[in-house]
Design a protein around this ligand. Structure first.
Ligand code: C2E
Ligand code: MG
Ligand code: MG
Ligand code: MG
Length: 276
């Protein structure tokens, strides 16, 4: 039995589709419930400065703690929360929890919070940021907002305004997963960015793919020249870490230095000792 999709595209019914649709509805209902009860946990992954090996901050990575599904990774529910708009409330929850946690660390380390395209387009984002800072007492410079290029492109009209507002507050802004989206040099030139997080695909393939290495080198150099700190994502080996250091990358993040963890743990790595 064929049904008519939008724009006259026909698709056919396959066994399992009803079940999949039912599971999708259950997932959405359960996620809504989790939002009401705050049934989320935040894992923190260390971000390390290359020069001294100090853990300068942590990225907040949300996990959904579902009674039946267990710990659900963000890739399984963030897209859904973006599609149905729940991400705005979920994002507000993560912001306030992350700021509260960071304020209790008793260090000067920053907390980096991911903000999606839908949140960026929400008129409530600024109020959520201001509210999270005020309620936690976290100094604004200890909060970093991570945006992807996709989020920036999707909000081209208002993004300059929002980022200027964040900068006025003293909140730092990082471009996440750089190189995977619509990488535009105009963004690096025009937007008030504090950090470029170079996507892990470049880091992982740099030793086998000369083009990846060339991109890593160029972006690191560009960051230096225009005064934006660079960070290499997804560092899993000593070789990758050494390469990023040699290229002059300012910071690194990855399993080698520390996995996302519910306990906040500084990376054990120092330039002298290497990773423990
Ligand atoms: P992201 O912001 O790029 O976060 C980095 C992801 O890479 C994390 O996956 C992290 O666990 C993983 N990762 C870190 N180091 C390594 C490594 O050495 N090797 C490999 N293979 N992976 C590494 P995670 O926690 O599953 O998060 C996936 C994505 O979900 C994030 O990508 C981010 O886009 C999104 N996300 C997570 N938390 C939030 C949130 O609170 N709000 C929003 N809007 N998105 C979030
Ligand atoms: Mg991120
Ligand atoms: Mg990233
Ligand atoms: Mg990512």
């Amino acid at each position: 039995e064929a049904k008519r999709g939008g724009r006259g595209r026909a698709f056919s019914y396959r066994p399992g589709m009803a079940e999949a649709a039912a599971e999708a509805r259950r997932l959405e209902a359960d996620l809504r419930l989790a939002l009401e009860t705050g049934n989320f946990q935040i894992a923190y992954q260390p971000i390390v400065a290359m020069d001294e090996g100090r853990t300068i901050g942590f990225e907040a990575l949300v996990r959904w703690n579902d009674p039946e599904r267990g710990l659900v990774p963000p890739d399984r529910f963030i897209p859904l929360a973006e599609a149905n708009g729940m991400i705005v409330d979920l994002g507000a929850f993560v912001l306030s929890r992350a700021c509260k946690d960071a304020a209790a660390w008793g260090t000067d380390q920053f907390v980096a919070v991911n903000v999606s395209a839908v949140q960026l387009s929400s008129p409530r984002l600024m109020a959520h940021v201001v509210g999270a800072l005020a309620a936690s007492g976290l100094p604004a410079h200890r909060l970093e907002i991570e945006l992807t290029e996709t989020a920036i492109v999707a909000n081209a009209a208002q993004v300059g305004h929002v980022l200027a507002g964040l900068r006025t507050l003293g909140v730092r802004v990082a471009m996440d997963d750089f190189g995977t989206g619509y990488s535009s040099l105009a963004h690096l030139r025009d937007l008030p960015l504090d950090r470029i997080k170079i996507d892990r695909s470049f880091v992982s393939s740099a030793s086998t793919d000369p083009n990846s290495l060339a991109v890593l080198r160029a972006v690191t150099q560009l960051g230096r020249d225009i005064g934006i700190e660079t960070l290499g994502e997804g560092v899993e080996t000593q070789e990758q870490l050494a390469l990023l250091r040699d290229l002059g990358c300012r910071a690194a993040q990855g399993y080698l230095l520390g996995r996302p963890d519910f306990e906040v743990r500084d990376a054990a790595w120092t330039p002298e000792r290497g990773a423990a």
